[in-house]
Design a protein around this ligand. Sequence first.
Ligand SMILES: [Zn+2]
Length: 330
Amino acid sequence: MKTYYSPIHLEHAPPEEFEGGRMNPAVEVPARALGVLAEVKRRNLGEVLPPAEFGMEPIARVHDAGLVGFLSEASELWRKRYGADAPPAIPSAWPARGLRNRPDGDVEARLGTWHAALSAANTALSAAQSVAQGERAAFALARPPGHHASADVFGGYCYLNNIAIAAQWLADRGLRPAILDVDYHHGNGTQSIFYRRPDVFFASLHGDPSFAYPHFLGFADECGEGDGDGANLNLPLAMYTDWRAYANALTLAFSRIRAFDPDVLLVSLGLDTFEADPISKFRLGTEDFLRLGELIGGARLPTLFVFEGGYNLTALPQITVNVLEGFESG
Ligand SMILES: [Zn+2]
């Protein structure tokens, strides 16, 4: 399988994040993708190619112009305000309920990163193109991740929704995409982008939002709206879910995906379901990721894998490539 990768993600290297009431070392770091890239090469998964440039049009098909404009200039505005060696851009004010949204306000009222996000979207699009041209599968080794970014809001380490941009691009070429999100966290951004759409199926297996981020979305009763009713499937799972329970949920997801009869499968490949992930609470072991890949491969669909979460830097390379190798053997 071909892997698409660009080193531009190295420009996006947040040192810290705010969690649990204090600053902590960031977990969504460049070493994630660098480790996976090395393992892809070590295990000879296939060619590693740079992404092509797709311009702004495929991004505009999914994202709000205000968000895209803001992300493209936020780093520069932040440096202008706080100096060239400014600390990471973290806002100290938010447009909470009852306040006015000020898309043109001071940088403290707007926030983000750009080149890396754009390159991640191009990486997903390049993998989509390769599958559209007849490859059985491709892997977009993209960061920052995307599945928490909605049309007009970024968050959860995500800026542009790489997989949604790729799915829309495929739909615009007459294909019928199904998205399977296996990240530990619900893909709230992807769900919201396609929630009213009957032509893109979205299924997500994730930690129940009663205890897991993103907390406000990802419940089982969210089935789609309007024309999209029935094209959204959430399978929230209990804390400490192991492979057995996970595989049952995955089988259910695939029965719904088969009923939708897609032309192409897009997998939001999060690896934070791993038992020793530092921010998650599932119990999938190293070998389970081979089985996960085999089950995905068993669907016999042209498949595009887009890298999402996964924060155990030691295991991440191996478990990521386990899914991809499992797919090829499945
Ligand atoms: Zn995640």
